[in-house]
Write a protein that binds this ligand. Structure first.
Ligand SMILES: [Zn+2]
Length: 261
């Protein structure tokens, strides 16, 4: 059996036997993969911390017919600042849920896997270093736009999906199709949300700027705008992936429990 190495970010982990866990990871080379972390629940396991969710590792895996075995893992980034803030942790879980829904194991798309890996890494790093809730949401919106583009479901914000013209002023946005329509082009059967021209300019700027660069809006945007844009794109992603995010539901329950309500 052959060994191979790759960098990967842990998406989630679950038990398979008394001492072993399965780790679902997004790897730089092969996309979404699974591996067994053997003996990880024994007190002296070398894999313990490295096999937690939301850790980026440099790995050596051993190929097996069914599930590959994680032989070595050394942490590249543990994203520790994510773990002590409920809003940051929830958003990180939301991001990894999207990866888990849209991505598969595929080693033929090496360049695309690397782009998604880098996007995920940068987003988790941006979220852990975010100064406030607006900056957490802003990092997530940048992820939503770039990730959907990389997955082949890019959002159309410039041209009307019906007449292909480039409307000015306010437009309608459909979370079902992920595109805009001129006010006059609305189709009765489609559900639209009115999108103000300033919001559209903001989203276009984010959509066209590489994630490692700042846009002119990064320092001035407020929580209300980022929150409504995030929810709009979240709806599109849920409809496209045919799955609702559980991350925020869990957060609401946890918050109520902490308050003792
Ligand atoms: Zn139109």
């Amino acid at each position: 059996m052959q060994n191979y190495s790759t960098d990967a970010i842990n998406i989630k982990t679950y038990p398979i036997s008394e001492f072993d866990n399965i780790v679902v990871m997004f790897s730089k080379d092969m996309g979404l993969i699974r591996g067994i972390a053997k003996g990880v629940k024994r007190p002296k396991s070398k894999l313990g911390a490295a096999s937690q969710a939301l850790v980026a590792n440099s790995l050596v895996l051993s190929e097996r017919r069914n599930l590959d075995i994680i032989k070595e893992a050394s942490a590249i980034n543990s994203f520790n600042k994510l773990r002590y803030n409920l809003d940051k942790l929830t958003m990180a879980i939301y991001i990894t849920e999207a990866i888990n829904i849209f991505c598969t194991a595929d080693n033929s798309e090496k360049a695309q896997n690397e782009e998604i890996y880098n996007l995920l890494y940068k987003t988790l790093d941006n979220i852990q270093n975010a100064q406030d809730k607006t900056r957490i949401l802003l990092s997530a919106i940048k992820f939503q736009l770039a990730f959907m583009k990389l997955s082949g479901f890019g959002i159309e914000l410039k041209r009307c999906l019906k007449c292909s013209s480039e409307p000015t002023g306010s437009v309608l946005f459909s979370p079902e199709t992920g595109g805009i329509a001129c006010v006059d082009c609305a189709i009765e059967q489609v559900h639209y949300v009115k999108m103000h021209e300033k919001i559209r300019e903001f989203l276009i700027a984010l959509n066209e700027t590489p994630i490692h660069l700042k846009t002119k809006y990064d320092d001035i945007v407020n929580e209300k705008v980022t929150n409504s844009c995030f929810n709009l794109l979240k709806k599109y992603i849920e409809i496209t992936g045919n799955k609702k995010s559980k991350a925020f539901k869990v957060m609401e329950e946890t918050k109520s429990r902490l308050k003792g309500v």
